[in-house]
Structure formats: C-alpha cells, structure tokens
Design a protein around this ligand. Structure first.
Ligand code: ATP
Length: 221
C-alpha cells in the first residue's frame, strides 16, 4: 500500500481476523496502523493485493454492495468525525437513523449507552463544545450503537483517563462477547494487559503475529 507515488507504507501484509476475535494492533508512530485500519474499513484501496470483508472480495462489489458492507462496520477514528451541528444524542443515534430504525424504538438504547460512556449529562451538547475525551466517548458510542459485526478503533482511549479507558475497554469486550469482531490500534500497553486478546505488531509497514488459524466455524471477517 502506498499513498500516490510515495513510498510503500504497508508491505506484504497478510492479516486474517477470525469472526468473533479480539485483536490489538500495536506499532510505533508512523508504522502504518491507521493505514491498515483504513484498508480494513474500506476507506482506502490497496495499491496491490486483495481485501475480503465478511467473506467477500471487495474489489468485485458494486458501490451499493460496498455501502451495505460498510454499515456492518463500526469505526472510531482518531479525529472522531462527529457532525458538529448535531447534538451528542443525535450523533450517537445516527447509525440507527440511517438504518431506518424507528426513533421511539431506539431512544432507550441511545440514552442507556450515553449513560454508560458517562455522557448522559452532555446529551444535548454540540461536539465543538466537548472536551477531547468527551468527543472520543461520543465517537465510540456512535460506533457501537448499531451493534456492528466488525468494530475498528484507532487509539480509542488516547484522550481519556485510565478509569474511563477501562470502562470503554469493557464496552469493547462486551461487544466482542455478543459476537462482534474487534480490531483496536493502540499504544496503550495498560489496555492490552487487561484483555486476553491477540496482539499483532506493525514495524516499518510489515506485520508480525498476523496469521492465525480460522476459528471453529472457519469463518473470517
Ligand atoms: N494521506 C496520506 N498521504 C501520504 N502519506 C500518508 C498519508 N497518511 C499516512 N501517510 C504515511 O503513511 C505512513 C504510515 O502512517 P499511519 O498514519 O498509517 O501510521 P500510524 O502507525 O497509524 O501512526 P500513528 O501512531 O502516529 O497514528 C507514515 O509514513 C505517514 O506519513
């Protein structure tokens, strides 16, 4: 993978995420973690090589089919990408609205999740008025509200204190327990120590620890 005519930032990466697995991705700054995540959530196309998502070769899919796949993926990005003119509540509810769910059905779910991530009292606030940690928690709540099949998070605890970080990790673990495949890029070694999960490491665009046997069902994300 390279950006434009730049140097190769990911090289011979072969990564399989078994369905329902929990994986941490580590590596020094600039090693290519965010680039690998972008490939996984289909925001970047590889310059060469193949990406299969939910068993489908994405290069063969029409844009409408890609959109359907993307809706099964929850993403937490380093820059949060919250919608500034929508309240915290509306940002978190957005994936459910887009999925066509009835508002009255999801009001309790959104309220409960906002309380869980400690943002109940900020539900009417607009994103520009939030602290970095509050924005991060809002982005995480939005990523998990629709119970995605694949949850991808880039440094999801970078802006919160350890207590909130541990709580967010429990949320990811709960999503995983309910069946989601989870991939988290992090520098936070404390986070990794608290979960029994596979850790893969990127160094200079090359991956170690990426190959694993498929789980019992043989299915992969
Ligand atoms: N949009 C871009 N255009 C050109 N080069 C890029 C772009 N995004 C990233 N890069 C380069 O790709 C390489 C890998 O960057 P990437 O952001 O994937 O690393 P990272 O491991 O996520 O770093 P960090 O931990 O600092 O977020 C770096 O050399 C970076 O400069």
């Amino acid at each position: 993978m390279r950006y434009g005519r730049g140097p190769e930032v990911l090289c011979d990466v072969d990564l399989t995420l078994p369905q329902g697995s929990f994986t941490f991705l580590t590596g020094a700054s600039g090693a290519g973690k965010s680039s690998l995540l972008k490939l996984a959530y289909l925001s970047l196309k590889p310059s060469r090589g193949l990406i299969h998502l939910f068993g489908q070769d994405v290069s063969t899919l029409k844009s409408s089919e890609l959109q359907v796949l993307r809706r099964r993926v929850g993403v937490v990005l380093q820059d949060f990408r919250l919608i500034d003119h929508l309240s915290v509540w509306e940002n978190v509810a957005l994936p459910l609205r887009v999925a066509g769910r009835t508002r009255s059905d999801y009001i309790p779910d959104v309220n409960e999740l906002l309380n869980w991530v400690g943002l109940g009292h900020r539900r009417n606030a607009l994103p520009p008025t939030l602290s970095g940690g509050e924005k991060q928690r809002c982005a995480i709540a939005r990523a998990v509200i629709a119970k995605p099949d694949l949850l991808i998070a880039d440094e999801p605890t970078g802006n919160v204190d350890p207590e909130i970080g541990a709580r967010l990790l429990r949320l990811f673990a709960e999503m995983n327990r309910m069946g989601a495949t989870v991939l988290i890029a992090t520098h936070d070694l404390g986070l990794i120590e608290n979960v029994s999960a596979r850790t893969i490491h990127l160094q200079d665009g090359r991956l170690s620890g990426g190959r694993v046997p498929a789980n019992k069902s043989g299915r992969t994300t």
